[in-house]
Design a protein around this ligand. Sequence first.
Ligand SMILES: NC(=O)c1ccc[n+]([C@@H]2O[C@H](COP(=O)([O-])OP(=O)(O)OC[C@H]3O[C@@H](n4cnc5c(N)ncnc54)[C@H](OP(=O)(O)O)[C@@H]3O)[C@@H](O)[C@H]2O)c1
Length: 332
Amino acid sequence: MKERVGLLGATGYSGRELVERLRRHSRLELVTAACRSDAGKSLAQVLPGAPDQPLSALEEVDFSSLDTVFLCLPHAASAEWGEKALQSGCRVIDLSADYRLTSAELYQKVYNLAHPHPERLSQAVYGLTELHRAELREARLIANPGCYPTSVLLGLAPLLRQGLLSGLVLADSKSGVSGAGRSASLPNLFGEVSENVRPYAVGDQHRHRSEMLQQIRAYGGSSDLLFTPQVVSCFRGMLSNLYIDLPAGDVWQIYADFYRQEPFIRLLEPGQTAQMSDSRQTNLCVLSLHPMPEQGKLIVVSSIDNLVKGAAGQALQNLNAAKGWPETEGLL
Ligand SMILES: NC(=O)c1ccc[n+]([C@@H]2O[C@H](COP(=O)([O-])OP(=O)(O)OC[C@H]3O[C@@H](n4cnc5c(N)ncnc54)[C@H](OP(=O)(O)O)[C@@H]3O)[C@@H](O)[C@H]2O)c1
């Protein structure tokens, strides 16, 4: 029998990507694709080029008919709808930030909001698939990571997991404008974004820094993190340049050994450099390594598609991992 799936927030940028992938997954049935404002229409009417998927209203979703619910909603709305789905016994995979932080106090500080269901935070598995595969198996509540944390943490993980990450980490990250979602805002108008590079939340004000530090600490890392996100003049894609202390040993071999079995990590050969376009429209994280022995530094370049490995693709990879299916199902 197929897994019965619902998707809330289907008319958003990540929702649309997920609809496309769910529809081509052989073990899933997309029972409901719901949204707030466009119920009764087809997704193709709302987003030209999208599949002809009927849209229902959030209030009409019958959670008792679903096995798994994906939440492609803004934070706060996710916690509200996620609770209804969890109460009905559904597995929940949330693309927002509502279940990523383990501390309700930190959530309040970072999101300026009291978490409505703080008891859920300890139940959630952080869905960076490559690092949390064992916990994802049979998980009922999965917090899909942010796009910046995905690109940064996958670039650090081989060192972090082996206790080789030390010193200050500098992360300089660039994102296509779709990272901000579909809601209208002046800084994201074409005229503002086009032919421009705009740093924002400079000085470690970005919310994703807390999420990244939480993961670094969870693996015993003591490194601090300086993080500068930037919006660049394209729709999709993300590139993070990471500046870290060079550990002893053959660093390329360390990464190659760590990611040997991973279907969605592509480590480039020494001398090659990852670009944003390397991962476009794929669930890949493409990494290149640039050791600088004289300076004692390593530069890691990490490329993902923010809407795929940074959002919808990783969410589906996490459902595959939770069910014990091949992780590539629906994603190649
Ligand atoms: N975009 C990315 O690259 C990315 C990456 C990783 C994670 N995320 C996270 O994934 C979630 C979705 O992101 P997105 O970029 O797809 O957002 P988006 O394009 O803005 O779409 C949001 C969706 O949620 C609906 N919605 C908005 N406010 C709502 C509310 N208060 N109650 C119920 N529904 C509401 C919207 O419907 P209406 O249009 O009808 O309001 C739309 O379907 C966010 O939490 C985001 O932080 C996004």
